[in-house]
Write a protein of this length. Structure first.
Length: 150
């Protein structure tokens, strides 16, 4: 069983090309396993291995590094219930305004913004109507009581 040079764990699979735990290559650059197809190592793979090595440097093999962005993401998840609508609005504005996004993604963001604008306008109209007709709710309640016999 090969030991991973990135996370330091031993692979439970014999003759594996990649680490079972972190996905790092277990073979040297020119080495390949008999009976297996190997992928050439790309610069992206080398970058991810270097990033994993940087994150796990000085930590025991059983501990997983949590970056500041993961902590920030967890904090954002806690804030979704009270501020989820605000996150949706900000995401929609940024997505709709970004010319590098796919046209379908921009159209979806514009649709979400349009829905939010219509919802806010309708809510404002309802509040204005209720302010100008204070007896409306009393009439509605009376009509409901007559229908139910309460």
């Amino acid at each position: 069983m090969a030991e991973c040079r990135i996370c330091g764990r031993k692979s439970p699979i014999e003759n594996a090309n990649f680490c079972y735990y972190c996905g790092a290559s277990l073979r040297e650059q020119g080495e390949s396993a008999v009976g297996y197809m190997t992928m050439p190592e790309t610069s992206e793979m080398r970058y991810s291995e270097a990033l994993r090595a940087e994150q796990t440097a000085g930590q025991p093999a059983d501990e997983v590094a949590i970056s500041k962005w993961k902590w920030f993401g967890l904090l954002c998840l806690l804030l979704i219930p009270p501020y989820g609508w605000l996150i949706l609005v900000i995401w929609s504005i940024v997505t709709a305004a970004n010319p590098n996004n796919v046209p379908q993604k921009r159209e979806m963001a514009k649709g979400i913004l349009l829905f939010i604008v219509f919802t806010v306008v309708i809510a404002i109209l309802i509040v204005v109507y209720l302010e100008t007709h204070p007896d409306f709710l009393a009439q509605y309640e009376e009509m409901y009581r007559n229908m139910t016999g309460a």
